[in-house]
Design a protein around this ligand. Structure first.
Ligand SMILES: Cc1ncc(COP(=O)(O)O)c(C=O)c1O
Length: 374
C-alpha cells in the first residue's frame, strides 16, 4: 500500500516528507479542547452541519486569522473545508470542466498536479524566480489562452520556499480582473513565518472577488483533523455551498470544527502555533547551517523566510531522480525536482523538509546527502 503523505522507514532520514514531527502533534491541546467542548450540553456538533460551516466556528476562525493575517476577515466570507486539499478539489469540481486549462507555478505543489490530473485539467507551468511568479510571463500566456484559474502558493512556497512580493501580488490580481480568471491561492504556510513577515494574503489585494484563498489547520495544528477553510467573495462561496457534496453531506467536519473552535477560543491554537514557530525557526536555521557547511558551493538555495522547505539547485547536469536510489542506500531521502514540474523539468532540483526531524537528525541527513552528491 502506498501512502504518499506517510511512507517512512526508520533507517532512512527522509527529508522528502512534508508533515509535522509526530512528537509535535498536539494531543494534550486536543484533549483539553475536546473536554471543553464535549462537556457542554449542546449536541449540535453531532448533527449534519450548515453547508458553509458552523457560524460560531467561522466567527472564532475569522478572529484568529484576522490576528494572524493582520487584516479584518469576514466570517461570512469563510467556508469550512476538510483541509486545503479538499478545498482545492471542490474548487476544481465547481469552477472547471474536464479539458479546461489551469496555470500553475513552475515548480508547484506536486500533489495539486495529481488533483488536476484527476479532474482532467490541462496544466500549464509558468516560470518563477526568487520573488515568486514572473508575472510578465503570465501576461504573455494570457494572450494565447484564458485559464479557468491560476493556482499559486504565494507564501513560503512548497517546494521553493519563495514568497510572492507585494507588487507582484497586486499585478497578478489586476490581471485576473482584466482577463476574468480566478486566482486560487494556497496559503497554508502563511502563518508560519520565522525570519520574514510576508506581504498580506492574496485576498487583501482583491477588489472584485477573483481570489479564492485556501487555508488549513494541517500545518498549524494537526493534519489528521482534516480541517481547513476557504476565504472568498460571496459569489464563489455560494457556488461551493450549492454543490451536491455539501447538499447531501452537510457542512464539512462539524464535529472537528466544534473541537477546534474550543482550541481557538481557549487560546490553545495560538499558543501551539507560537511553539511551532519557535521550533521550526531553529530547525530551519540548523538545516541551513548544515547545508552551508557540508554541501559544495555548486549547490545553491534561497533561504525561505518560513514554511517547511528548502529547495536546492544542483549543477545542471545532475538528475536528482536518478540520485535518489543511491541516496536511499546511504540512508537519506528527498523529493526530486521533477515531481514538482508541470513540464517534466527541474531535474537538477531537490526539496528538503526541515520540520519533521530534530536538528541532530537534520544535520545527519545533510551529511548523508553530501556523501552521495557527486
Ligand atoms: C501547498 C500545500 N497545499 C496543500 C497541502 C495539503 O493541505 P491539507 O492537509 O490541508 O489538505 C499541503 C501539504 O503538504 C501543501 O504543502
Amino acid at each position: 500500500m502506498q501512502i504518499t503523505q506517510l511512507d517512512l522507514s526508520d533507517d532512512i532520514i527522509d527529508l522528502g516528507v512534508g508533515q509535522p514531527d509526530p512528537s509535535l502533534l498536539p494531543l494534550a491541546v486536543l484533549r483539553q479542547a475536546a473536554t471543553h467542548r464535549l462537556t457542554q450540553p449542546d449536541a449540535s456538533l453531532l448533527q449534519y452541519g450548515m453547508e458553509q460551516g458552523n457560524e460560531y466556528f467561522r466567527l472564532s476562525l475569522a478572529q484568529f486569522i484576522s490576528d494572524g493575517y493582520g487584516m479584518p476577515v469576514d466570517p461570512d466570507r469563510l467556508f469550512i473545508t476538510a483541509g486545503a486539499t479538499s478545498g482545492l478539489d471542490l474548487v476544481c469540481a465547481r469552477f472547471t470542466s474536464p479539458g479546461d486549462t489551469v496555470f500553475v507555478e513552475e515548480p508547484t505543489y506536486f500533489l495539486a498536479l495529481r488533483l488536476f490530473a484527476d479532474r482532467g485539467l490541462n496544466v500549464v507551468g509558468l516560470p518563477t524566480d526568487e520573488n515568486g511568479l514572473v508575472v510578465e510571463t503570465l501576461e504573455e500566456k494570457l494572450a494565447e489562452i484564458r485559464p479557468a484559474f491560476f493556482y499559486t502558493v504565494p507564501t513560503f512556497h512548497n517546494p521553493s520556499g519563495v514568497t510572492l512580493t507585494a507588487s507582484r501580488r497586486e499585478h497578478l490580481v489586476r490581471l485576473s480582473e482584466q482577463h476574468g480568471f480566478y486566482i486560487v491561492a494556497d496559503e497554508v504556510y502563511h502563518l508560519l513565518a520565522y525570519t520574514t513577515e510576508p506581504p498580506p494574503p492574496m485576498v487583501s489585494y482583491d477588489t472584485s472577488g477573483m481570489v479564492i484563498s485556501l487555508g488549513s489547520f494541517s500545518k498549524i495544528l494537526a493534519p489528521g483533523l482534516r480541517l481547513g477553510w476557504i476565504q472568498a467573495a460571496p459569489d464563489p462561496i455560494r457556488r461551493m455551498t450549492r454543490s451536491g457534496l455539501l447538499l447531501s453531506g452537510g457542512g464539512m467536519n462539524p464535529f472537528t470544527s466544534a473541537i477546534v473552535q474550543s482550541a481557538v477560543e481557549l487560546g490553545l491554537q495560538r499558543k501551539h502555533l507560537n511553539r511551532l514557530i519557535g521550533i521550526y525557526r531553529q530547525r530551519a536555521s540548523d538545516l541551513e547551517a548544515a547545508l552551508n557547511e557540508t554541501l559544495s558551493a555548486s549547490t545553491t538555495f534561497i533561504p525561505p523566510g518560513g514554511g517547511f522547505f528548502y529547495w536546492l539547485r544542483l549543477p545542471q547536469d545532475l538528475d536528482t531522480a536518478a540520485l535518489r536510489d543511491t541516496a536511499k542506500r546511504n540512508g537519506v531521502n528527498f523529493q526530486p525536482g521533477l515531481n514538482f514540474s508541470a513540464g517534466g523539468e527541474l531535474h537538477n532540483f531537490m526539496r528538503l523538509c526541515f520540520v519533521y526531524y530534530d536538528s541532530d537528525r537534520l544535520r545527519e541527513g545533510v551529511r548523508r546527502l553530501a556523501a552521495v552528491i557527486p
